[in-house]
Design a protein around this ligand. Structure first.
Ligand code: IMP
Length: 202
């Protein structure tokens, strides 16, 4: 039976991904669980390029289906920053309380209607036959004035979704997956995988 290796070392992402892919009926494992411990340099210019770089690097180590994502937060007032550099913004090892406080500080005095932002996610797949697929989705929101919520990870506590009147950190895992960039991009990828002959999924 085919298995999916998801190319991330981020535990928060892995939790979300497992929940979304569950109904494919395939085992979903992280790189670490698959015993793959390579360092991958994400030097692409777009989310799709970075997702493909990760998926190809892991696919070189396994016969399984490989999925990878690349995602980021784009703040309109900051010309799309931090964008593809979201994980590296202010340094990879800097805590998100510092990153979030910094972004809120950079938006000081900016009124609510100009605090628009989106999370974007591209998913790449490399199939055992070498075929490559990508999907992309986004969720629109606004940058809040303070951190709110304990769920999610990363920039979730400052990403406010007006329709839900909550930040994505105030949503349960299930609620976030229904509306999030990653949830929607993975749903699109699931449809692509289901249409592929030779992949034995539900
Ligand atoms: P990646 O691991 O290279 O895709 O890095 C994406 C970065 O964007 C993450 O480390 C977070 O900083 C941010 N990000 C992406 N998706 C989310 C999300 O769902 N919530 C909060 N932050 C996110």
């Amino acid at each position: 039976m085919s298995r999916i290796v998801f190319a991330t070392g981020n535990a928060g992402k892995m939790r979300e991904v497992r929940m979304i892919l569950e109904d494919l009926g395939l085992e979903v494992v992280s790189m670490k669980e698959a015993g793959i411990t390579i360092d991958i340099e994400e030097d692409g210019a777009t989310y799709e390029e970075n997702a493909l770089i990760k998926a190809r690097a892991v696919a070189a180590c396994t016969e399984d289906i490989v999925l990878a994502d690349d995602s980021g937060l784009e703040i309109d007032r900051l010309n799309g920053e931090p964008g593809v550099f979201s994980a590296r913004y202010l340094g990879e090892d800097t805590s998100y309380s510092i990153k979030n406080a910094n972004l809120i500080g950079r938006l000081e005095g900016v009124p609510e209607e100009e605090r628009t932002a989106r999370f974007v996610c591209a998913i790449a797949a490399v199939l055992p036959g070498g075929q490559e697929l990508t999907t992309r989705a986004a969720i629109e929101g606004r940058i809040g004035y303070e951190e709110k919520g304990e769920g999610g990870f990363g920039y979730d506590p400052i990403f406010y979704v007006p329709e839900l009147r909550k930040t994505t950190a105030e949503l349960t895992g299930e609620e976030k997956n229904l509306v999030s960039h990653r949830g929607k991009a993975l749903q699109l990828m699931k449809e692509e995988l289901r249409s592929y002959e030779g992949i034995d999924c539900q």
